[in-house]
Design a protein around this ligand. Structure first.
Ligand SMILES: NC(=O)c1ccc[n+]([C@@H]2O[C@H](COP(=O)([O-])OP(=O)(O)OC[C@H]3O[C@@H](n4cnc5c(N)ncnc54)[C@H](O)[C@@H]3O)[C@@H](O)[C@H]2O)c1
Length: 266
């Protein structure tokens, strides 16, 4: 059946064969999921600019580092200017920069309400930072000549399963990640006339410096809740999905859970 189908109607014409030669910007590129993405893109032959507050020393050889706060219009502009100067433009932007906070809406034992400032800070970095990079990257990608499929670029965002099943103390983080899920479809629709795709990944539990701060016992407990594979995700598996999104033109306007069937408990 497969052989016949292949001859009759299967066409791979639209699949982009690899990321070779693509010009890629990764925020949060100095650590964890972002760093793994930088590595995989470089291995695939892409040219990569890694944007982060710090982390230049741990970058793989070949990546260009640009100190960038994703919430700052001027600094993101400078990172895109660096991509233009070094690579002549941009094809892919991957948003991995993010922060978290653990705080209940109201802690009745301590009579303490969630500080509004902390809620706003998480929204500012995770949601506004992602949007800031997307809007400015889209402006630069619009200058690209479209390929034969009409494509000018791809934006990949990082939400979290907390956008759907946020736990106690994750009210700010979940709200910020829910915002990223929410902007995915309208942004894909906004940018469809110029051939820019927007896809969001919602990771489950990944073994990054973010989780490395937890005691080993807590990490084991978290991993035990993942149905299969019963372990923390490898950042390389996240980077693998980024590459699949970039190379598959039909993925657009969608949020993909990458979580081993995990559904977080309250
Ligand atoms: N690790 C997980 O299990 C997991 C699960 C779901 C979602 N995520 C999300 O994936 C993304 C990456 O997480 P990670 O685990 O690799 O974390 P990480 O802490 O290892 O990396 C995040 C990076 O973002 C950078 N960053 C923070 N604020 C920034 C800012 N304003 N401007 C530029 N860079 C900034 C940090 O310096 C850091 O290098 C985050 O958005 C996180 O919320 C992670």
């Amino acid at each position: 059946i497969f052989a016949e189908a292949k001859h009759q109607c299967w066409s791979m014409a639209h699949i982009v064969k690899s990321v070779k030669g693509l010009r890629v910007l990764v925020t949060g590129g100095g650590s964890g999921l972002g760093s793994a993405t930088v590595k995989r893109m470089l291995e695939g032959g892409a040219r990569v600019i890694a944007c982060d507050l710090a982390g230049e020393d741990s970058l793989p050889k070949g990546a260009v580092f640009q100190k960038t706060d994703v919430t700052c219009e001027k600094e993101v502009g400078a990172a895109l200017a660096a991509a233009t100067k070094q690579f002549g433009g941009l094809d892919v932007a991957v948003n991995c920069a993010g922060i978290g906070v653990a705080q209940r809406t109201y802690n009745w034992n301590k009579d303490a309400v969630h500080p509004l400032k902390e809620f706003a800070r998480v929204l500012e970095v995770n949601a506004c930072g992602t949007f800031n990079v997307c809007r400015l990257a889209a402006q630069l990608m619009a200058k690209n000549e479209p390929n034969e499929d009409g494509s000018r670029g791809v934006l990949v965002n990082t939400a979290s399963v907390a956008a759907f099943d946020g736990q106690v103390g994750q009210v700010a983080y979940s709200a910020s990640k829910g915002a990223i899920v929410g902007l995915t479809l309208p942004m894909a629709r906004d940018l469809s006339p110029i051939g820019i795709r927007v896809v969001t990944i919602a990771p489950g539990l990944f073994d990054t410096p973010l989780l490395a701060k937890l005691p080993e016992k807590a990490r084991k407990l978290l991993a035990a809740n993942v149905p299969f594979p019963q372990r923390l995700g490898d950042p390389a598996e996240y980077a693998h999905l980024v590459e699949a999104i970039v190379t598959n033109p039909m993925l657009n306007g969608e949020c993909i859970r990458l979580d081993g069937a995990l559904r977080m408990m309250p």
